[in-house]
Design a protein around this ligand. Sequence first.
Ligand code: UDX
Length: 434
Amino acid sequence: MKIGIVGTGYVGLVTGSCLAHLGHTVTAVDIDVSKVEMLKKIQVPIFEPGLEELMQPLVGKNLFFSTQYADFSDVDAIFIAVGTPSADDGSADLKYVYTAVESLSLVLKKNACVILKSTVPVGTAGKVRNILLSQGRTDLMVVNNPEFLKEGSAIKDFLEPDRIVVGADKEEAFDILEKIYAPLVKTRNCYLLKMSNVSAELTKYAANCFLATKISFINEIAQLCEIIQADVEDVKKGIGSDPRVGALFLNPGPGYGGSCFPKDVKALIYSAKQVGMDLNVVNAAEEANKRAKYYAAKKLEKILENLKNKVVAIWGLAFKALTDDVRESSAIYVVNELLTKGVSQLQVFDPEATKNFMSYFPRENKIKCFDSQWDCLKNVDALIILTEWNEFKTADLTKLKTMLNDKPVLDMRNLYSLQSVEKVGLRYHSLGRK
Ligand code: UDX
């Protein structure tokens, strides 16, 4: 099929590349001229394992990049994958979606299918339909097809989906989505979950809010474990082995971040309020996450007794491993809090995210960036681990002990077994364990 993509951000680029990989002819349009030029040369502006390799054989063959909406004139279906950032009141700002729809109404061929891939609040498909009607485009179909991919494993998530959610109000629209995803349905034995537009819109928010709640839940349990001397890793196994709870997404950490959970949690709370409902559970998950993001600084202050004039190393700035994304990363909150509490220097290392991180602190001369996880440990009073990168998980603990001597490690991802740190004599603090 001939498919268009509006927006070459995270979701747009992965969706376009994967659909081309499945054999469709894909044209992706972005208004950012320099980005499009880079993509034409297969210079990928984001760090996503496997993406560049996937694009290599496709670009110029059946995957094209452009800045012109006119290039969408013969597509059968078009995915809108532009950003829906949080407005100040927590609502999702839909200006990029609506601008795209207006532009598309001028170029799309008869009976094309407009697919909302961006995460959009309940009711957006209806509003998009109204815009199209006001432009005289009664022929175009409007579909919601929310994306569930995770940064760092985006390609696998797209090509091996647990489910494909499709919201529409016409059989013909479902038929088009069935054709688009036919290669996946055939090879992966997955199926389309067909529903109304509003149900599909809510499914995406509900999924992210549920996962965010699961993380906030285990983070609070971890904090409780510290008070009552329980071990959260044992509790996690104990509850996760019940399939009704499930073992995945139960890792305690420094609070959830990224481009989706924080934004989507806020947006669902806002949407529900608009229709007169307080989402108490989701509200509580958000509140707990705020506390989780400051917990590392609070814990370190307790360990060191005083943070004034201390030098602290940080391993991990990205909001999670395998990404260079620092949006809403706990590292930003932890660093701000440590600076407020008077540390004299922060020595930071991340395998991919340092540049993005420093754009949040352009003039902060108390932050020193390092190219090596070991060099950043010189002369520090403590090390905090915030991201679960593999190089931290597999770090040589004897070397860590030698470098830190009696200085403490605060591991906010519980990367090491208590036996292994005890064996080398590391002064070790983790989350909800001791
Ligand atoms: C998320 C959803 O998982 C995905 O389905 C949706 O499409 C986009 O949002 P992503 O933002 O890439 O994906 O990250 P994810 O892996 O879900 O992690 C989100 C945050 O939760 C990270 O800060 C991560 O460190 C944290 N997390 C995750 C935990 O603290 N514990 C866990 O057990 C899992």
